[in-house]
Design a protein. Sequence first.
Length: 209
Amino acid sequence: MSSWNSGWQRTDLPGTYSSGTSWRIRVRLVDPRTGRLRERNRVVEGLSPEDVQALRVSLRADLAREVCEPVRTRVEEFGRHWLALKGPVIDPGTYARYTSALEEHVFKCLGRLDLRELRAMQVQAWINDELSRGYRVATVKGWYRVFRTMIQDAIEDLDLKRDLRGGSASQRPKSARRRMPFCRISWADFFRKWNDVSRDTIPWRQHWR
C-alpha cells in the first residue's frame, strides 16, 4: 500500500513536498486536549517557494487556533455521557427518573445548544413551555433539579470558565472564579437569585421552596 507522500519529493522547505509544478504542504501540531497529533495537508499549483512558505505559516496558524478553541459540547451530548456515568452508581429508580427528565424534556428543548452558549433565559423559556403544556409545578421542578445537577457536573468536567466580564480565570480574583458559563454570578448565586426573583414575579413559583 502506497504512503500519503508517494510521488512527492521532499524539499528544503519544512513540511513541503513537490511534484512537477505542484506543491504539497503539511503541518502538524499536538492537540493539548487529547495529546494526539492534528494534521493539515494542502496541494497547490504554480506557486513560488516564497508563496508556499507563506501559505504553510498561515495553515499552521489556523491549525493552532483550532486546537486551542474549547471543544463544543451540546447539552444532549454531555447529558447522555453524564447518564452513562451515573447509571452504575445510583439506584434504578433514580436513574430512570434522570433519564426521563433529560431524554423526554430537557433534550427536546435545550439538547442542541452548546453548553458554553447556554443562557439563563433559555432555561426559563424551557420551564415556561413545560408549564404551558399542563405539567404540574412539582413535576417541572423535579426535571429542573435533574438538569441543574447535570449542569453543575458539566462545569467541573468541561472546565467551563466563560465569564462576561472578560479575562481568563487566572486573571480574576479567587472570589470571582468558577463562574457560570453564561452569567456574571456564580452558579450558587444564580440559582438562589433565580428562585427569589421568579418566586416574586411568576405565580407558579410561589410554591417552590
